[in-house]
Design a protein around this ligand. Structure first.
Ligand SMILES: Nc1ncnc2c1ncn2[C@@H]1O[C@H](COP(=O)(O)OP(=O)(O)OP(=O)(O)O)[C@@H](O)[C@H]1O
Length: 568
């Protein structure tokens, strides 16, 4: 069966990875998936006749300019992942919830979905220009908790919004594949579960393996002296037939993959394959199979060293590999041959190997995480891609470059924003800068001022706002108004201890427990205190024999309260 190729295009890498994983789970056996961020989309990336799924309508205009005219486009519809709403359902009804997303539209859309699904609560979208209501109980975010100031205890992350089921139906219709609707539904929900917050730790790489070298040295912006020198050295290595291993180091997002592709395209291997294997957060048995091939009877498959014969293999984040696999690579490089698992015989290594790493391998050697001998071998032809903060001369040319790439040369930033960019410490370097500019370009503001920057960039300003949501102080003063703070703390603690052993208490049982702790309350006193705690959302009251217990909000409150008591 010839599989159709589906290109998935989104603005942010993290989001692209999530929806790629979702599409893989639902349709992975029926299609070939190619995922691309908007900033990496170039003419020729998408081939004639391919199907293109774009993550939202804002990017349609740009995407259509860069893909062949005969491609069919699906604009994805997105919805919250139902499996992640459990936490919200457990809360007592009527909670005041602030919804934080990466931009206004998305925050408003998420609020709409939440109002339809978990309608018991009261939602407010976070809009930077508006003040936050004082009575916020929780902050809910769909996979964007990194945008919030650290240390907030009442945050519920419901995970990234996923493609909704109708998008899959549209895709299946367009692909004209035989696929009963019930099957789509089943796989769709399975994907929701596996992408739910409890399971999504291994969603990392839509770019586990890539085999396109789309960048050339001309694409690398290098105005600064340090970057110019790096490019000069890389060009020299690319032409040097003795440089069969080249090692690239540099902080995340500095452009290492881009350099690797440019080296390949500038060399006499250019006509042959370029295959890149990313080792970051991967299952190492799979990585080993990808490198050296696998032998599962009829399913035997060649590894990249064979597939990229006379071409280039790029091993990204080599420092992540376990020492045993480093050892196997070292032997391969030293002996110039390797044991092909697919053929079960030694094969000569007939490709150039470029390795990259975000951390210093020298430091990894000191920590016992990288083989000294492998480090020595790689050091022969190595190159450090400088961090963006060390070459601010490149900042404005890079901004102009990304504007051009996304066909938005018209967008302007206020001087204040440019000054901020120059002073900001770009931890994820050019990648972060390009993500920020792409994100801002779709806001359709002109010029773009400080108020539109993503939260994580201007967290200092926003932190003040968020700190106003001091839930605990509000709770304490509400209980104090009734004059029974200490007793309420004792009641909550009792519930909390009970919850740890899966016990909930009716009023009688609770009264007895409290008496054992030396707290004697009449039936009526206890009822009053319980009513107040329930109104504040700190307990869950169940009907009949099930008894009451502490809510998640109550648990957080009591934990924070105990901590502050200890330290005050
Ligand atoms: N000097 C540059 N000129 C133009 N674009 C650049 C430059 N450096 C990086 N980029 C762009 O920034 C993004 C990230 O680059 P790339 O993936 O090559 O970085 P990396 O160091 O390999 O990242 P990571 O460590 O996360 O794997 C890409 O879109 C790339 O095209």
């Amino acid at each position: 069966m010839v599989c159709a190729k589906v290109n998935i295009i989104a603005i942010q890498e993290r989001y692209l990875e999530t929806i790629t994983k979702q599409v893989k789970e639902v349709l992975g056996d029926k299609i070939i998936i190619n995922s691309i961020t908007v900033k990496d989309l170039q003419i020729n990336t998408v081939k004639s006749g391919d199907i293109v799924v774009i993550s939202n309508s804002q990017i349609k205009g740009l995407v259509t300019q860069l893909i062949p005219k005969d491609c069919q486009i699906i604009i994805a519809k997105r919805d919250i992942n139902y499996t992640n709403t459990r936490e919200l359902l457990k809360l007592p009804p009527g909670q005041h919830i602030l919804v934080v997303n990466d931009n206004k539209n998305n925050a408003v859309e998420t609020v709409q979905s939440l109002r339809e699904i978990v309608f018991e609560h009261d939602y407010q979208a976070y809009l930077p220009e508006e003040t936050i209501s004082k009575t916020i109980d929780y902050i809910v975010t769909p996979g964007e908790s990194h945008l919030l100031p650290q240390g907030l205890s009442n945050v519920i992350d419901i995970g990234a919004r996923l493609l909704d089921i109708s998008t899959f139906e549209e895709l299946v219709n367009l692909l004209k594949i035989e696929y009963p609707k019930s099957q789509i539904v089943k796989r769709y929900f399975k994907a929701c579960v596996s992408l739910s917050c409890n399971y999504n730790t291994e969603i990392k790489s839509s770019k586990d393996i890539q085999n396109v070298a789309q960048y050339h040295f001309e694409d690398i912006i290098s105005v600064s002296k340090s970057m110019n020198e790096a490019v000069k050295l890389a060009k020299r290595y690319s032409m040097d037939s003795n440089a069969i291993h080249i090692h690239l180091e540099g902080d995340p997002g500095t452009g290492k993959s881009m350099f690797a592709q440019a080296i390949h395209n500038h060399s006499n291997m250019e006509k042959h394959s370029f295959i890149s294997v990313n080792c970051n957060s991967r299952n190492f048995d799979i990585v080993e199979n990808e490198l050296f091939g696998s032998d599962y009877g009829e399913e035997a498959s060649y590894g990249v060293f064979e597939l990229a014969e006379n071409g280039t293999v790029c091993i990204e984040e080599i420092g992540e590999l376990p020492l045993s696999l480093q050892e196997r690579l070292l032997r391969t490089f030293q002996e110039g041959e390797f044991l092909s698992s697919a053929r079960n015989e030694p094969m000569p290594l007939r490709c150039r190997v470029i390795t990259t790493n975000s951390k210093s391998c020298k430091e990894l050697v000191k920590d016992g995480l990288f083989l000294q001998e492998l480090y020595n071998l790689l050091s022969d032809n190595s190159l450090k891609v400088p961090a963006l903060s060390e070459r601010m001369e490149d900042l404005v040319p890079l901004i102009d470059n990304v504007k051009q790439r996304i066909k938005r040369s018209d967008i302007e930033f206020t001087n204040e924003v440019i000054t901020f960019f120059k002073e900001y410490n770009w931890e994820s370097n050019v990648k972060e800068l390009y993500n920020v500019i792409t994100y801002l370009s779709f806001l359709e503001e002109d010029p773009i001022g400080m108020e539109f920057l993503p939260f994580h960039l201007r967290s200092k300003t926003d932190e003040k706002k968020f700190n106003k949501i001091n839930v605990n102080n509000q709770i304490i003063s509400s209980i104090e108004e009734h004059g029974f703070l200490d007793e309420s703390i004792e009641i909550l603690n009792t519930f909390y201890e009970g919850k740890k052993i899966y016990a909930s208490y009716g009023r009688k049982a609770l009264k007895k427990r409290l008496e054992e702790k030396g707290l004697n309350l009449s039936e009526q006193q206890l009822r009053m205190r319980l009513e107040v705690l329930h109104e504040l959302g700190l307990t869950i009251v169940r009907q009949g024999r099930a008894g009451s217990t502490i809510s998640r909000k109550g648990e957080e409150f009591i934990q924070d309260y105990t901590k502050t008591k200890i330290y005050s």
